[in-house]
Write a protein that binds this ligand. Structure first.
Ligand code: DHB
Ligand code: MG
Length: 220
């Protein structure tokens, strides 16, 4: 598709202007690839966006669900002040190992901690208040993660979620995979929750066609 090529080229152009990877991030991607992890980490531009969101609200305490190889973890960790804290939950011990190496390489292993386990199990053990929760794990779990995120995020804080469009599969979720069903249910809950104000940003580019949800917990 011609548009696909153009969308990728423009994304690459944007990334080269606004989200240039340094050696740590380049090594993070190489480390993940070498370990055989799926190449489904955020694009540089997507990562820059969540980094900016964290900085805009002055986030000091953050939670990530779905560490993978730690690429987005580094971006989020870099948005934190020195006395900040990021907890990232990862189910796969192999992924967690790679991510821990990346956090050491990034000099973020003091502020960023990976907890191995199921997203929901670990979220259940956490106490408020988080400034921001970033969901990027199994999409069929998103509706349950959302309930926990609402419990954990402070008023005025953010809930951000990757992969909520799935190439449009959320339009007809009954005909497709459990991830699309989960993402569609998540979007519905996000849109109708009385404590939230939210939007989904449709995204196209080097990671294909998907979307990022951004929700703010009301403080009134
Ligand atoms: C998948 C997961 C992701 O978080 C992503 O950004 C892209 C794809 C997946 O499981 O297929
Ligand atoms: Mg994702």
């Amino acid at each position: 598709m011609t548009e696909g090529r153009l969308f990728e080229d423009v994304d690459t152009y944007i990334n080269s202007l606004f989200a240039v990877e340094d050696a740590v991030l380049t090594r993070a991607v190489e480390r993940s690839t070498a370990a055989g992890l799926p190449e489904i980490q955020l694009s540089p531009g997507q990562a820059k966006l969540i980094y900016l969101l964290a900085k805009m609200i002055g986030a000091k305490r953050m939670l990530e669900v779905g560490t993978l190889g730690g690429y987005s973890t580094v971006w989020l960790g870099r948005a934190l002040p020195d006395d900040g804290e990021l907890i990232s939950i990862e189910l796969d011990p192999g992924h967690a190992k790679v991510a821990r190496e990346t956090l050491v390489d990034a000099g973020l292993d003091k502020t960023c901690r990976i907890i191995e386990g199921r997203g929901l199990d670990v979220m259940n053990t956490l106490t408020p208040h988080f400034d921001m929760v970033f969901l990027d794990a199994n999409k069929d779990g998103y509706p349950a993660y959302l309930k926990q995120a609402i419990r954990l995020v402070r008023p005025g804080g953010l809930i951000v979620a990757d992969n909520v469009v799935r190439e449009g599969a959320v339009l007809e979720p009954s005909k497709v995979d459990p991830n699309a069903i989960g993402a569609a249910a998540f979007n519905q809950a996000l849109a109708s929750h009385p404590q939230l104000e939210a939007i989904v940003l449709q995204q196209v580019g080097i990671k294909g066609h998907d979307g990022l949800a951004v929700a703010r917990v009301k403080d009134d």
